[in-house]
Design a protein around this ligand. Structure first.
Ligand code: UD1
Length: 422
C-alpha cells in the first residue's frame, strides 16, 4: 500500500489550481443515466471515487470514455438497475444511482451500504423520500429492491438537510408525474450544481441553494455537455496548507463564496487573505489564535474541513473548541495528531485543542479521507519526517495532491513499493 513521506518545515510558496469537485461530479455522473444520448462531463478530477463511479456505470451497461479531465458517457446501453454488492462496498456514493435508476426503469436493486469510519451513515432519508414518490422497497437476501410503476410528485419534509438524500430525491423527481417539493433540503453548492446540470438536460427544478426545492416532472431528458464546479474542500485544504506552513500561496479556480465560512474562521484566527473573484491569496503569519468552530450544514462550516482545521488549531496560540455536529464519529484524527505532539482532548462530539509550539514527524495512519488530509497538513508543518499510511483514503478525494504540494515547494513523496499485508 502507498505511503506519503513528508519532510516538514518548508513554507509553501506559489500558485495552485483547484480541481473539479468530487461531491459535485459523483451525483452528476450518476445522473447521466437520466439523459438520452452521450453526456460529456468536463473538469472531472482524477480520483479513486470517480473511477469507482465509472466502473459502476460500466457494470450497468454504459459506455464510458475517459480523456484527461473529460468523461464521455453513453447511458443509452444501460439495461437495468442492479448494483453488485462488491461495487456498493467500494464507495458509498453508489447510492446516488437509486434516484436515476428508479426514474428511468422504475426499478433499482442495491445492497444496503454499510457504515464507515466516520459513523453509521444510514440511508433512511433517501428511502423515505423515494417512497414518498411511490417507490416500494423490499429487503431480500440482504439486498434492497425498489420498484414503482410511475413516480408521482409529492411534498417531502426531510428530518435533516441530508446532501445525498436531497440529491437522490431531486434526480428521481425529474421524471415524476407532477410536482415535488423538498422541504428542509440541503443547500450545499453541489446541490446547485446538480440542479444546473439536470436543468440543462431538460429538467425543471428551482430553489437549489434554498431550503425548498421544487421539481416539475418532465417526460424526456437529453444528454448534454457540462462543466463541474471547483472543489471547495480542496480549496479550503490548500488555504490551511498555506497558513499552517506560514507560506504565501495563490489558490486559483476557487469560488470564494463556497468557502466563506472557512475564510471567516481563518480570518478570525488572524490569517490574512486577499479574496478575489476566482482566487484567494493566503499571506502566512508566524502565529495565529485559537478559535471555536462548529460544523453545520451549508452555509455553516463544512464537516469536511473539520479535521484540517483541527491540525491548524493544534498549532494556535491558545485553546480552541471544535464541535462536530454532522457525523457521529469524526474526531478519530485527534489520536493520530496526538502522536505528533498535539494536545487534544475529546469529550463526546467535542475536541478541546490546546495549542502547542510544534508538531513532530512520526508514523501515522489516515483513518478516512479528510483525516488523511489533516495528517498531510500536520506533516507539512511538523519538524522531521512524517510517514502517512493508508493514503488510499486520501486518493479518494484529492487529485495529484503530492504533485500540487511539491510544486508549492513541499517535500512530499509517494512510496508505492511499500508492501503490507493489512
Ligand atoms: C455528503 C458528502 C460528504 C459530506 C456530507 C456532509 C458526497 C459524496 N458526500 O455526504 O463529503 O461530509 O455530505 O456535508 O456528497 N443521514 C441520515 N439518514 C440519511 C442520510 C443522512 O441519518 O438517509 C445523516 C448522516 O448519518 C449524517 C448526516 O445525516 O449524520 C449528514 O449526512 P448527508 O448530508 O446525507 O451526507 P452525505 O450525503 O452522505
Amino acid at each position: 500500500m502507498d505511503q506519503f513521506v513528508i519532510n516538514g518545515g518548508s513554507p509553501l510558496e506559489g500558485e495552485v489550481t483547484v480541481s473539479g469537485a468530487k461531491n459535485a461530479v459523483l451525483p452528476i455522473l450518476a445522473a447521466t443515466v437520466l439523459g438520452d444520448g452521450q453526456s460529456v462531463i468536463n473538469n472531472v478530477p482524477k480520483l479513486h471515487d470517480v473511477k469507482v463511479m465509472k466502473e459502476v456505470l460500466e457494470n450497468l451497461g454504459a459506455k464510458v470514455q475517459d480523456d484527461s479531465e473529460q468523461i464521455m458517457i453513453d447511458t443509452s446501453t444501460v439495461n437495468c438497475c442492479e448494483i453488485p454488492e462488491n461495487l456498493m462496498r467500494k464507495m458509498r456514493a453508489t447510492v446516488f444511482l437509486m434516484g436515476p435508476l428508479v426514474a428511468r426503469f422504475g426499478k433499482v436493486k442495491i445492497s444496503q451500504p454499510g457504515g464507515c469510519s466516520i459513523g453509521p451513515r444510514p440511508i433512511d432519508l433517501h428511502l423515505k423520500g423515494l417512497e414518498a414518490l411511490g417507490v416500494e422497497f423490499k429487503q431480500r437476501h440482504g439486498a434492497l429492491e425498489g420498484t414503482v410503476d410511475q413516480l408521482v410528485g409529492a411534498e417531502i419534509h426531510l428530518d435533516f438537510p441530508s446532501v445525498g438524500a436531497t440529491e437522490n430525491i431531486m434526480m428521481a423527481a425529474t421524471k415524476a408525474e407532477g410536482e415535488t417539493l423538498i422541504y428542509n433540503a440541503a443547500k450545499e453548492p453541489e446541490i446547485i450544481d446538480l440542479q444546473n446540470y439536470l436543468n440543462r438536460l431538460g429538467a425543471s427544478i428551482r430553489g437549489a441553494g434554498t431550503n425548498v426545492i421544487k421539481v416539475k416532472g418532465v417526460q424526456e431528458l437529453q444528454a448534454v455537455e457540462y462543466q463541474v464546479i471547483p472543489d471547495r474542500i480542496e480549496a479550503g485544504t490548500f488555504l490551511v496548507a498555506a497558513a499552517i506552513t506560514k507560506g504565501n500561496v495563490i489558490i486559483k479556480d476557487v469560488i470564494p463564496e463556497h468557502i466563506e465560512p472557512v475564510i471567516a474562521k481563518l480570518n478570525e484566527a488572524g490569517i490574512e487573505m486577499k479574496v478575489e473573484h476566482n482566487q484567494i491569496e493566503v499571506i502566512g503569519k508566524e502565529d495565529w489564535k485559537g478559535i471555536n468552530i462548529k460544523t453545520l450544514p451549508y452555509p455553516g462550516l463544512p464537516t469536511d474541513m473539520q479535521a484540517q482545521l483541527m491540525t491548524f488549531l493544534s498549532l494556535a496560540e491558545d485553546t480552541s473548541i471544535i464541535t462536530e455536529n454532522i457525523f457521529e464519529n469524526r474526531l478519530s484524527h485527534a489520536d493520530e495528531l496526538r502522536r505528533m505532539g498535539a494536545k487534544i482532548r475529546i469529550e463526546g462530539n467535542t475536541a478541546i485543542v490546546n495549542g502547542v509550539d510544534k508538531l513532530y514527524g512520526t508514523n501515522v495512519r489516515a483513518t478516512d479521507l479528510r483525516a488523511g488530509a489533516a495528517l498531510v497538513l500536520a506533516g507539512l508543518a511538523a519538524e522531521g519526517e512524517t510517514i502517512i499510511e493508508n493514503i488510499y483514503h486520501i486518493d479518494r478525494g484529492y487529485e495529484y495532491l503530492e504533485d500540487k504540494l511539491s510544486n508549492l515547494g513541499a517535500d512530499i513523496i509517494r512510496k508505492s513499493d511499500f508492501s503490507s499485508e493489512d
